[in-house]
Each structure stands twice: as C-alpha cells, then as structure tokens.
Design a protein around this ligand. Sequence first.
Ligand code: MN
Ligand code: MN
Length: 293
Amino acid sequence: MYIQPTFADADAEYEESDFVIFGAPFDGTSSFRTGSRFAPDALRQASYNFETYSPELDIDITDIKVCDIGNLDMGCLVEDCINRVWTQTKQILKDGKIPIMMGGEHSLSIGCVGACTDIFEDVGVIVLDAHLDMRESYEGLDKGHASTSYQILKLIPPNRYSVVGVRSGSREEFEFVRSAGIKFVTSFKIKNEGVEQALGEIFDGLKDAGCKHLYISIDADVVDPAYAPGVGNPEPFGLSPWDVEYIIKKTRKMAVGLDVVELIPHYDFSQGAILFSKLIREFIAYAYVARGF
Ligand code: MN
Ligand code: MN
C-alpha cells in the first residue's frame, strides 16, 4: 500500500500543534494550464530536501509543533471547494492554530480569507500575485481563479487589502483598482526601489486601517518564471525569492495564515516545489520565533 508522506517534520498530533498544513487539490477553473491539483503532494516531497536546523534563526524546525492533516476531499464545483477550504481553515483558526493551505488554484484562497474574517474582525490580507485577479467574472464564472481578489474585496474593506508583485491585468481591472484606491505594488516598483522601500506604504496602510492580524496568499506566479516556471499563467519580470522571503519575515508577528497556490509541478524541474516548500518552512520558523509558542 502506498502511504502519502506528510510535509517534512510535520508529525505533531493535531491537538498539540501550533501550525496545521493541509492540501486542497482542485484546479477546475484553471484556464491556460492545469495541474495545480498535484502541487500539495509535490510540495510535501520537496520538503524532505531541507535540513531541520535554521542557521539564520538558530532554531530547529523539529522543535515546532506542526501537523499535516493531508488533502481535503475536493469536488467538481468551485463553490463547494471554496466552502470546504473555508470550513477547514475556520476550524484550525478556532482551535488557536495557524493554517497553511497548499493549493490548488487561487480561488480556494477566498475560503481561507473568509474563515479569517469569521475569526478576526481586524484581519488584513496581502496577496502576492503577478495578476490583479480583479475580474468580476471570467469564462462565465464569478469565483474562478481570475476573480480571487475581486471576491476577497467582498469580504474585507479595501483599506485592509493589498496586492504585491503585480504586472498583469486588463485595462478595466487597473481602472477599477485605481478608482477604488486599492493599494497595489508592481514588480517594477519593487525592482526600482527595492522591496523594503516599495512596500513601506503597504505596511503603513495596513497599520492605519487597524490591522493587527494578517493573512498572506501567495500565488506562485508572483515569482519570476526563471525561479518558478511551473505555474498556471507564467508572467515574466517577477519578484525574486528574496523579495518573498522579506515579506514573510516582515509580517511574522501579525501572520495568522498562509497559502501557496497556482503551482503546477509538471511544468518545471521541481524548482517551484523546492522554492515554495522552503518558503512554507521559513514562514513556520519566523512565525514561531516571533510569536514564541
Ligand atoms: Mn492569482
Ligand atoms: Mn497569478
């Protein structure tokens, strides 16, 4: 019998865990390339590449209580899948733990954000994405992967939302975010100013909006295709892994959850799975140190 391995070093029991990883293998609305449903297992496999000791933080990830509860059963309808992710994420948050969702396509993040709004009144959201995802609907679907951020803005006020690393969207989407005053930082701005300077106004804005909790959604295509070619909609001129690492480090005290979505393992030589499984481990290590579990 084949037993699916858990994420490396995620062998705590659910009850005792501080971090809970789960997979949501659904890619039913993906338009250009499909296959992100295989990402959770690819991320798990790649996670065994790494040492447990972090020389940067001087901690061992085996000292952190992490549980991998496996993959959720996903149906065929995107609304059902979003609801299942929502229910699972809410349970984890209710139990005082930090959820880490491995997608699957980006629309699933709507469920994660929805669960956060059920638990935290003041939650803010940072989406890392090459795309605005602000379409009211796409290919007849209002909750497809191209409408994620539009749907997130139905759950939280615009001053508690930011999207980082953007470099693609329709004229209408950009007109919408500009006219609504929604904060977005392009990859070009990050390249020109450096990530710290470029994101200053984002963090100031979240502070002004009274956000004490923050949810982070990483669409894998935010990173340049040179580092992560296996994604649904590759878009050149992206962020470097260092930029994403900075954001994870910077938000470590406020972070209440994370997702990694849109990774398609079959379109690369596991660069994406290696990078994002490492970033998940970094997220766990930084949040653990910052919050002192
Ligand atoms: Mn997206
Ligand atoms: Mn994207």
